[in-house]
Design a protein around this ligand. Structure first.
Ligand code: SF4
Length: 357
C-alpha cells in the first residue's frame, strides 16, 4: 500500500543556486560531482549531460588549479544544470570561479587559514550575489575545538558550523548552505541534528568517503535516510567510489523510498529460491535499467513463482510470476495472460511501455 508522505520538513530559508532553489518548501535537490579533469571542459560537459539525463539537479566540479578555473566559463555556458565550484586551500581559485559565474562555491573555511582571505571570498560572494556552501568536516576543525572533538565529535562539528555560519552572515552573506560530514554515520547524524536546531540555514547532506558503490550505498542510505526521515536535509550527495551516475540513481532511490521524490519507477523482485522457474535476477535487472531514465510512478513486479506472485505483488501496476511451463503476466494482482518463458521479458516490456508513454 502506498503511504502518504508523513515527513515534516524542517523550515529553512530558501537559497538560490542558479535556476534551482533549495530550502524547506522546495524539492530536495540531488547533486553529484564530476570526476573528469575540469580543465578538459568537453569531457566534463559530457559527464554533466549524462548526470543531468539521469536526474541530477546540481553539479559540482573540482577547481584544483588555474587551468580548471579557466575552463569554468565554457562549462557554465553549456551546462544544462547549475555548476558549483569545489575549492580547497586556495582562495584565489574561489575568486576566479566567482568571476566565471559559477552558481555556488563550496569552501571549507578550515582549509583557508586566514580570515583576510576568507573575507576576500565573502566580498566576491556579495558582489555576485552568489551562494556558498560552508563545508565542515573533522579533518579541518579549528584548533580550539579539537579537545571537544575528542570528547564529543558531533558537538565540535556542530559548533564549528555555527561559528562559520555566524561569521559569513554577520558579514552580509545570506545565501549560504552548510554541510557537516564525517565518515562516521552516527557522528554525521548527531552533528546535523544539533546544528539543525540552531539555525534556518539549509543543509547539504552527505557521508564523506562513504566507500565503494556497495558500502557507500548502505552507509549513505542509513545516514541520509535517518536525517531525511526526521525532516533534515535540503540537498544531498551520495558519495561513491564509482561512476557519478550511480550517485544520482542511489540518491533518487533514497528520496523515493521516503516519498520525497516523485515519478521514479520501481521494480519489485523476489529474492529467488528453489521454486523460481525462470531467470528473475536477469530480467529484473534488465527492466530496471530500461526504466532508469523514465519518469513514471509505475511499479513493476518480477516474481519467481506464484507463491508470492500476483497476490503478494498486487500493489504493482504490472508484473510477471513464474508458472510451471509459462510465466504469468498480471496487472494489479489480476492474471491477464500466460507468456512463454523465453519471451516473457519482451512481452513484459511491451506492456510496460503502454503504461509509461
Ligand atoms: Fe521463492 Fe517464489 Fe518467493 Fe521468489 S516468489 S522467493 S521463487 S517463493
Amino acid at each position: 500500500m502506498k503511504q502518504k508522505p508523513c515527513i515534516m520538513r524542517r523550515k529553512t530559508r530558501s537559497v538560490r543556486i542558479g535556476s534551482v532553489v533549495i530550502g524547506s518548501g522546495s524539492p530536495i535537490a540531488i547533486q553529484s560531482m564530476t570526476n573528469t579533469p575540469t580543465k578538459d571542459a568537453m569531457a566534463t560537459l559530457e559527464q554533466i549531460f549524462e548526470l543531468h539525463e539521469n536526474g541530477c539537479d546540481l553539479v559540482r566540479v573540482s577547481v584544483p588549479d588555474k587551468e580548471s578555473a579557466a575552463a569554468l566559463s565554457k562549462i557554465i555556458r553549456r551546462s544544462p544544470i547549475p555548476v558549483i565550484a569545489d575549492i580547497h586551500y586556495d582562495y584565489k581559485l574561489a575568486l576566479k570561479s566567482l568571476d566565471s559565474g559559477v552558481s555556488k562555491i563550496r569552501i571549507n573555511p578550515g582549509n583557508i587559514n586566514s580570515l583576510e582571505k576568507i573575507d576576500s571570498v565573502i566580498n566576491a560572494l556579495r558582489k555576485y550575489c552568489s551562494t556558498v556552501r560552508i563545508g565542515i568536516n573533522s579533518g579541518s576543525l579549528e584548533r580550539e575545538l579539537i579537545p571537544i572533538y575528542a570528547e564529543n565529535p558531533s558537538k565540535a562539528l556542530s559548533k564549528s558550523a555555527e561559528k562559520w555560519t555566524d561569521y559569513f552572515m554577520n558579514k552580509g552573506v545570506e545565501n549560504l548552505v552548510v554541510s557537516i560530514k564525517s565518515s562516521s554515520v552516527q557522528v554525521t547524524i548527531a552533528a546535523n541534528r544539533m546544528f539543525a536546531k540552531s539555525t534556518d540555514v539549509p543543509l547539504h547532506l552527505g557521508i564523506t568517503e562513504a566507500g565503494t558503490v556497495r558500502s557507500g550505498t548502505v552507509f549513505s542510505s542509513v545516514g541520509l535516510g535517518i536525517l531525511l526521515y526526521s525532516g533534515i536535509g535540503d540537498t544531498l550527495r551520495v558519495s561513491l567510489s564509482g561512476d557519478p551516475v550511480e550517485e544520482v540513481i542511489v540518491a533518487k532511490k533514497i528520496l523515493s523510498s521516503l516519498g520525497l521524490y516523485e515519478n521514479l519507477p520501481r521494480v519489485i523482485a523476489c529474492p529467488t529460491c528453489a521454486r523460481c522457474s525462470y531467470d528473475v535476477i536477469k530480467i529484473s535487472r534488465k527492466i530496471e535499467n530500461k526504466l532508469s531514465k523514465i519518469k513514471s510512478p509505475i511499479t513493476v513486479a518480477v516474481m519467481g513463482c506464484s507463491v508470492n506472485g500476483p497476490g503478494e505483488a498486487k500493489e504493482a501496476d504490472i508484473g510477471i510470476a513464474g508458472g510451471k511451463n509459462y510465466v504469468l503476466l498480471f496487472k494489479k494482482g489480476v492474471a491477464v495472460a500466460k507468456l512463454p518463458k523465453e519471451s516473457a521479458e519482451r512481452f513484459l516490456w511491451q506492456e510496460i511501455k503502454k503504461l509509461v508513454t
